[in-house]
Ligand binder design. Sequence first.
Ligand code: NAD
Ligand code: IPM
Ligand code: MN
Length: 373
Amino acid sequence: MGYFEAMQQSTKKRYRLAILPGDGIGPEVMEAALRVMERVGEAEGIAFEFEEYRIGGAAIDAYGEPLRDADLDRMRACDAALMAAIGGTRWDRGPAHLRPEAGLLKIRKGLGVFANLRPAKIFRELVGASRLKPEVASRVDLIVFRELTGGLYFGEPRGRTGAPPAREALNTMRYGESEVRRIAEMAFRAARLRRRRVTSVDKANVLEVSQLWREIVVETHRSFSDVELTHLYVDNAAMQLVRDPGQFDVILTENLFGDILSDLCAELVGSIGLMPSASLGAANPGLFEPVHGSAPDIAGKGLANPLAMILTAAMMFRHGLSLPRSAGWIESAVESALEGGARTTDLGGRMSTQEMTACVLKHLEGSVAKSHV
Ligand code: NAD
Ligand code: IPM
Ligand code: MN
């Protein structure tokens, strides 16, 4: 399982998939992805067994905790896990371990998916939807390799102490060298399949953790001398991404910096409603999740753009199930839908979630037919 092995089409005919709709717009966009996956399965002669699990607020409401151990164990026996989004203000007041976000961190850690791949490539027909000038926007084609199971999100000690007026809170940013090396290797290997440029993003002018990060990235690079390596401080990286995103190919960075920069990348391509991701590890099934959250402001209104979720299913086909042909069908159906002018409100259009999904399904027929002639 991974970024590299998946180029050959698998001949397996049955897949068990863990489906995690989550909260807010999660179930709405998951519904869209399931319809697309069902059609692809039919065209490929593949049977998908969908096992649905609660996570986040939905699991807190049903079981009093954001992800049950037993559910995580069952997911380990699946071929891949597909998650939509979690979270919502209703659950925001609880202690950290009883918030929806804790379920997401638990599944990432539990499946050992240390590398989160967040591609940002602009669709030609959406150059006008980007905030950038067309000549700048048209060059956006990068992928963020975000470390996903370390750093501030997981470092110990953490917590709160004291009482007013002396309340304190503590989080710890910690990385061990093996954690840095394994994601750096993955990023360099991915760069070899792209434009052979890696930009490692850190804050080595201030943080010891970043100094170690940089040291290990430089050491790892010795086995990848055909790849160009540069380093940027994260503040400058944010600026450069807006100024000249075309200079980036693979961005390699730690957990929190990757979280922040990938939302920035969403605006480069036009909307967070377009951003898919794949979370991969060494063993266990991969976890596939769009970059966006549960969008409480638009939940239940039929306004969510389902394309990030649909493109996430495509990433699952390519990187999780070794079904690159199926992934290609989905990606070209999305591209054709956009070429035909399909736009949800986040892209300045008027289509609902359901209308966009129907449009992708219509174009999927074209993709499938083309590959059967
Ligand atoms: P968000 O990504 O949910 O929303 C940010 C903005 O983008 C909102 O205006 C929203 O309407 C819009 N948006 C997001 N997805 C969209 C889509 N598919 N189509 C159209 N517009 C879309 O981030 P937030 O508002 O900061 O967080 C809301 C909740 O989601 C929080 O509880 C947060 O913790 C959670 N969250 C979860 C995940 C995840 O499950 N992976 C990711 C990010 C945030
Ligand atoms: C993301 C989200 C999560 C993160 C939150 C909800 C824990 O923002 O997937 O980008 O910070 O990783
Ligand atoms: Mn985020």
